[in-house]
Design a protein around this ligand. Structure first.
Ligand SMILES: *Cc1c(COP(=O)(O)O)cnc(C)c1O
Length: 393
């Protein structure tokens, strides 16, 4: 089916699917490591051009390709490259686009491992990096260097819910001859299409909103051009960051409900955010749907909805955070995000406990900050859950 002219929610169901020999309504799982060639000549043609046929699952596979085609279409790109995890996508991008002595400029509050692998490992091979507050465009202009090959942004970023202007960053990057990469995990293609705003490469941790059921770890890269696709794909294949067919099947199944999951999560998030904003035990709350959200104008300009992620600061610091974590019953105390189940996390005592208080505060992670990923449960149950847990503080 040609899905190019269909609307987003229809594309979620049909994009990337192909005509299958037996008329299967869903994409079959081709659980095979290798594919038989018709003859020697066919084998040679497959190696010369991957479009001629499948070779080996690390290189290409019909189930994985259906997922790649689907998300590439949702992100309006040239092509998709599925990976074993979000970090598989991130490191494949770094490896393909950066060289010894080249420079990466990035968001300070970017996903911790995206920063850690750069500062602790890519640095060993001579790649340089600088981490700044990319929501400050003047600072981006000042910090970009002649040797900056990649401007790498995450928006909204984690866990501070801070936005970076994609269009303006694309201009700054392109004026400098640099490539703009956007981690679009927090928004999913449902709320934001960075390639349409000038980005060159977009990637996702499929583990979060796109799969949405907390049962798969996966990643995907979508490039705007064939040239970038052909730079990144061979690196993914050589490093073995490939996805598995069963993993691809589960993500394809998850994608179909992305639209309705996001709609329900956002409705819940809005109700909960309004309730939290009025709660005397909450110092502040950051959620793009609230009028009090600092970057209201940029939010309206670049996102189609406020998403399902919020963070709030408890009066009472680290101890209050611990109390809340130990007393919620409906929300699950866990890292990750974007699933049908509501997750709660306290960065100061969990994900960021290894950092000094000073370093945490530099990244905007205060002691009472709570990260809340809103699922699709009943909003009143979630509010009652928070209400009873707040009583313990
Ligand atoms: C989870 C996450 C990643 C890493 O993805 P994995 O699938 O865990 O490897 C990267 N970026 C963001 C914003 C994430 O939330």
């Amino acid at each position: 089916m040609d899905t190019k002219n269909l609307n987003f929610d229809t594309k979620l169901i049909h994009a990337g699917h192909y005509d299958e020999a037996f008329g299967s309504a869903t994409v079959p799982i081709y659980q095979t490591s290798t594919f038989a060639f018709k003859n020697a000549e066919h084998g040679a043609r497959c190696f010369a051009d991957y479009d001629e046929g499948y070779i080996y699952t690390r290189i290409n596979n019909p189930t994985i390709q259906a997922l790649e085609n689907s998300i590439s279409e949702l992100e309006k790109g040239y092509g998709g490259i599925a990976t074993s995890s979000g970090m598989g996508a991130c490191t494949s991008i770094y490896m393909a686009l950066l060289d010894k002595d080249s420079h990466l400029l990035s968001t300070a509050s970017v996903y911790g491992t995206s920063r850690g692998v750069m500062e602790n490992h890519f640095s060993r091979f001579g790649v340089q990096s600088t981490y700044i507050d990319t929501s400050d465009l003047e600072l981006v202009k000042k910090s970009i260097r002649p040797d900056t090959r990649v401007l790498f942004i995450e928006t909204p970023s984690n866990p501070t819910i801070q936005l970076t202007d994609i269009k303006e960053c694309a201009k700054i990057a392109h004026d400098n001859g640099s490539i703009l990469v956007v981690d679009n995990t927090f928004s999913s293609p449902c709320l934001q299409n960075p390639l349409e705003m000038g980005a060159d490469v977009v990637f996702h941790s499929l583990t979060k909103f796109i799969n949405g059921h907390a049962d798969v770890v996966g990643g995907i890269i979508v490039t705007k051009t064939r040239e970038l696709y052909e730079m990144i794909r061979p690196l993914m294949i050589s490093m073995g960051c490939n996805m598995d067919p069963h993993q691809a099947y589960l993500v394809i199944r998850g994608i179909k409900t992305l639209g309705i999951r996001m709609e329900r999560s956002q409705q819940n998030a809005m109700k909960i955010a309004e309730w939290l904003e009025k709660n005397p035990k909450v110092d502040w709350i950051k959620y793009p749907g609230l009028k009090s959200y600092r970057q209201q104008e940029l939010f309206r300009k670049q996102m189609k909805g406020p998403g399902a992620m919020m963070s709030f600061e408890l009066k009472g610091g680290i101890e209050a955070g611990r109390q809340l974590m130990n007393n919620v019953r409906v929300a699950t105390l866990a890292v990750s995000l974007g699933g049908v189940e509501t997750l709660i996390q306290h960065p100061a005592s969990m994900t960021h406990s290894g950092f000094s208080k000073e370093d945490r505060e530099k990244a905007g992670i205060t002691d009472g900050l709570v990260r809340y990923s809103v699922g699709i449960e009943d909003a009143d149950d979630l509010i009652r859950d928070l209400e009873q847990a707040f009583e313990s503080i």
